[in-house]
Unconditional design. Structure first.
Ligand SMILES: NC(=O)c1ccc[n+]([C@@H]2O[C@H](COP(=O)([O-])OP(=O)(O)OC[C@H]3O[C@@H](n4cnc5c(N)ncnc54)[C@H](OP(=O)(O)O)[C@@H]3O)[C@@H](O)[C@H]2O)c1
Length: 280
């Protein structure tokens, strides 16, 4: 049986859907069933359930809020991950830990390799990286999967925000110097399921194929949704946020290819399917 944390979030929701569609026995849980920051409860829960694998999607994901809320962010992303990893060790379960492009500093303009220079520049990025370290220290049967710019039907994301603002406004300023790849949870979920039933442990990057800036992403959303709103590209320096974000979020997918995992479809294709899906 596979346990999925963060089932009420974007990714956990689609992972459970995918496992169910494959008739793989699974259980999706969220904070109301198990608060991952309570180590005793986590270990007790695992002893009762004895999962073979955990796909750990739960996290503190409010990147800007984290700058003022360090302790809570640390508790969930570092201690919570450590609790899950220790419990996996105790019942000999595999662990799939979801990490982020924010572990990198965003310097340069070539894709980061999995062992690239790790230097997170935000509280959130630091805690996600410390989570990676805990997983590596505690387990040998682990997958660390770094993803970026996530969107899924279950939850709020950039696309949903753009669709709302696109209906309200004639023009929108969107940053054009942060480059990365959107990741559709519906496309990522099958890969995570493939990993969880394999023994090809290690660190991976997984996003939809192709790179774009947030401004290009926004323009494509407006075009495909037939919205008249014009996107005005601006540099990050004109859009200050609490947390500093990496300018270069390009991730190299070499480790996926090397291990015979399927890469994800192009992000524009993913966007088309997402827009159809949310239209219902
Ligand atoms: N979103 C992105 O753009 C992005 C980019 C790169 C990587 N990631 C990583 O991808 C993973 C999935 O992201 P997502 O966008 O699906 O996240 P999400 O929608 O924010 O969902 C995270 C889930 O974790 C739960 N959670 C938070 N604290 C918890 C606790 N103490 N105990 C148990 N559950 C708790 C949340 O529950 P509540 O809502 O009740 O707090 C929420 O349901 C995360 O590991 C994230 O760091 C995300």
């Amino acid at each position: 049986m596979i346990l999925v944390t963060g089932v009420n979030g974007q990714l956990g929701y689609d992972v459970v859907k995918e496992l169910n569609s494959r008739n793989i026995e699974c259980l999706g849980i969220d904070k109301s069933e198990l608060d991952i920051t309570c180590s005793d409860e986590v270990s007790e829960y695992f002893f009762k359930l004895k999962p073979e694998c955990v796909i750990h999607c739960a996290a503190y994901t409010a990147v800007d809020k984290a700058e003022d809320d360090r302790a809570v962010c640390y508790k969930v992303n570092v201690e919570g991950t450590q609790n899950i990893a220790k419990a996996c060790k105790a019942v000999d379960a595999k662990m799939v830990y979801i990490s982020t492009d924010y572990v990198f500093d965003g310097k340069g303009n070539i894709p980061f390799e999995i062992d690239g220079n790790i230097r997170p520049i935000s509280v959130y990025g630091k805690t996600k990286y410390e989570g990676e370290i805990k997983v590596k220290e505690i387990l040998s049967k682990y997958f660390i999967v770094r993803i970026s710019w996530v969107f899924g039907v279950n939850g709020n994301n950039f696309i949903k925000t753009m669709l709302r603002l696109g209906k309200e406004k004639e023009r929108l300023n969107v940053v054009c110097d942060q480059i990365g790849s959107p990741t559709y949870t519906f496309d990522l979920a099958p890969l995570l399921c493939d990993m969880s039933i394999s023994e090809k442990y290690g660190v991976y990057h997984a996003t939809n194929e192709g790179f774009c800036s947030w401004a290009e992403f926004a323009s494509e959303i407006m075009k495909k949704a037939n919205l008249k709103c014009k996107i005005n590209p601006i540099p990050t320096s004109e859009y200050p946020t609490k947390a500093v974000r990496p300018l270069n979020s390009r991730l190299s997918k070499k480790s996926l290819v090397k291990n015979d995992f399927k890469t994800l479809p192009e992000w524009k294709d993913a966007l088309d399917r997402f827009l159809i899906e949310i239209r219902g």
